[in-house]
Write a protein that binds this ligand. Sequence first.
Ligand code: SF4
Ligand code: SF4
Ligand code: FES
Length: 357
Amino acid sequence: MKVELKIWRYDASTGDRALRPYEVDVSDEATLLDTLDAVKDKVDGTLAYRKSCRMMICGSCGMRVDGGAVLACKARIADIVADGHIPVISAMGNLPIVKDLVVDMDPFWQKMRAVQPFLEPRLDRATEKENVVSQERMDVIHKESLCINCGCCVSECNSMESDPDFLGPAALAKGFRFVGDARDGATIERLERYSEEHGIWDCTRCYFCNERCPKGVDPRDAIAKLGAESVKEGIDRDMGAKHAKWFVKSAETTGWLRETELVPKTQGIVAAVKQTKFALGLAKHGKVPTPIPPHVAADVGEARALHELVREQGREGALGIVQGERALARIEHTDAGGARRDTPEITPGEEPPSAEG
Ligand code: SF4
Ligand code: SF4
Ligand code: FES
């Protein structure tokens, strides 16, 4: 199969940058990485890119195809060039380029180190015997444990683009891998640390990290679990946490998100007064419903019942999200387009991620 592609070449030592076209013959089964190997072997030996395992496990070969990060050894070239498309291959985003498709991973590892990516054992519960943790308990952090540190999520993170100090999706997913580990004894310290500026509440929820992660880690969901755990533990100083709490409260009481009350309820009266001019401008254009009396949804009973159920069953914090993920995973789609639930129900409240085991 003849393949045409364009590659952004760059050399940080000289500043030379150019988009170069290439054409090579590869097999129909070839991956993007195989194609780059063919370019390097047969056309231009100076092309630089990283690789090692060739089987989606070492995390070395992250790069962009048409502006979106992929693992080169996972992406089939036939899919990329379908219908005569000529792809543009470039280095990952949000990391400095060293040469061609090779980025400097130092900023990635600095963030990773900042979340203390190692177990802080619960020495208060040390025994003479092995500390066995059930499979159920480990399943809570199964997705986050799949991370191969490839950086594809970081490449597409728009929060990190505007704030390079943001901890970012990979490091925060690693953070939940330890917050959710029943053997870890530093849960509160971790949640305090991750809730600071540049932490979990600075995520814009764009979901690009979930979309781009080649291993199904879903880093945005891990950040949501950290947020839920923080609020559950009363670590809610950040405005993001206050907003989340107010939205839960307003949904419970009226079935609606009462955004007009958001500023006074979360930032205080002084901040609300400062925003009066802006609010009046919105009101003039009919964008602000009167807060009194609050508009109550016709089926508000359902929202209240759901809230009560979550409280009764102890599904607050990360556990509710983990159980939601499992419930979705249990839904198997049938040929007829319907859904079938054929695995056992999860027992509510049995496996809190940070509870004592
Ligand atoms: S969802 Fe948050 S962490 Fe993920 S890419 Fe968007 S801003 Fe970054
Ligand atoms: S979370 Fe996914 S995309 Fe991000 S570094 Fe880990 S494996 Fe790669
Ligand atoms: S070469 Fe190891 S993940 Fe692609």
